[in-house]
Design a protein around this ligand. Structure first.
Ligand code: SF4
Ligand code: SF4
Length: 341
């Protein structure tokens, strides 16, 4: 049986971020992925990251190969699959299907992955994706993946959106503005935020915050991030060495090359002041520190959620060079593109 300490930093589903590059640059992306990123994980680092994970967590986890969009570097994705399979780690891939222009090519790529031992495919579906990816490609990807893996091994996340998205047409992209024009700001906001279960981190708070009632920092007082930072069942290891807890894009708890020591340190209560303030007081605690010690200026328009506050604080802290060991990758903070919807 697991002791309470063993539950700390013990994810069951590890995302291996092969690269942050993505064609879509979605408004809701928690990792600020998009076409402005160019690096990819080295093959030896795929082996190293998964080997460290295996050494620390044994059999009790699966890996999803992800990005960004991992099919933008198909040879790497195929190699990463083989490495996971060789290490006896169950693996699936997460894709936005933007590359699925040609059904035969989609079928061929899925077949190669299946032969390499990949267990399943997750295809992302939402109005945020449709703003950059014609639904036609998503549907081509779903069909090809189901032909190769079988319907039970293809997760369409979130399939409930498909009928409504199809009503906007499948051939072109559909700007999110269309939802505002059709339903009005308040209802569009409710459909998109609650309907998807949006988290306000990454660029979501900036790009989509105009659709909800925003709040001042004080509204987030007492919301600790202990669960997200220490007990997340879902975490990521990225190409730059970051161990990113939960969906906290832009935060690294430490380098996965020292995963064993890192996990021991957290389980032993050896936590840095930056992580401690978030685990104890959440972003409101970080806000108080950032305002007093680092000259943070509050956003007068307010924040769409606690993670929006957190990202905006961290964006400021990166600009002045604070907490460089945790605010990684730094490019995350340059890829927010805080454009209005
Ligand atoms: S949410 Fe997915 S598809 Fe959209 S930009 Fe991020 S990685 Fe790309
Ligand atoms: S507020 Fe920050 S630390 Fe807390 S869950 Fe959101 S992104 Fe993670």
């Amino acid at each position: 049986m697991q002791t309470p300490n063993e539950a700390i930093l013990h994810p069951r589903d590890i995302g291996l971020i092969l690269g942050y590059r993505c064609q879509a640059g979605c408004a809701h992306c928690l990792y600020n992925c998009g076409p402005g990123w160019h690096d990819w994980m080295r093959v030896e680092d795929v082996t190293a990251a998964l080997s460290h994970a295996k050494q620390v967590w044994g059999q009790g986890f699966q890996v999803h190969l992800t990005g960004g969009e991992p099919f933008l570097n198909f040879p790497l994705l195929l190699q990463a699959t083989r490495i996971a399979v060789d290490l006896d780690i169950p693996a699936y891939v997460e894709t936005n299907a933007a590359w699925c222009r040609d059904p035969d090519q989609a079928n061929d790529r899925f077949r190669q992955l299946r032969l390499a031992g990949l267990a399943a495919v997750l295809i992302s579906v939402s109005p945020f994706h449709q703003a950059a990816i014609p639904l036609e490609r998503t549907l081509t990807g779903i069909t090809a993946a189901q032909e190769v893996f079988g319907a039970s091994q293809v997760i369409v996340y979130q399939a409930d959106w498909l009928p409504g998205m199809a009503r906007h047409g499948i051939e072109g992209t559909v700007p999110l503005d269309r939802y505002v024009q059709t339903f009005g700001r308040s209802q569009a906001g409710q459909r998109l935020w609650q309907g998807y279960g949006l988290i306000s981190g990454g660029r979501a708070g900036y790009r989509l915050g105009g659709l909800v009632d925003t709040r001042p920092p004080e509204a987030f007082r007492g919301l600790s991030c202990r669960g997200e930072l220490l007990f997340a069942p879902h975490s990521h290891l990225d190409l730059y060495g970051g161990f990113i807890p939960a969906f906290c894009g832009g935060i690294s708890l430490g380098h996965w090359r020292e995963l064993s020591q890192l996990v021991d340190a957290y389980r032993g209560g050896d936590i840095s002041p930056f992580v401690a303030v978030l685990t104890e007081e959440g972003p409101f605690g970080l806000y108080q520190t950032a305002r007093k010690a680092y000259g943070y200026q509050v956003l007068l328009d307010g924040y769409a959620g606690k993670c929006h506050l957190c990202v905006d604080l961290r964006k400021h802290l990166v600009q002045i060079g604070a907490f460089p060991e945790h605010l990684l990758p730094e490019s995350f903070y340059h890829q927010i593109k805080d454009l209005p919807l």
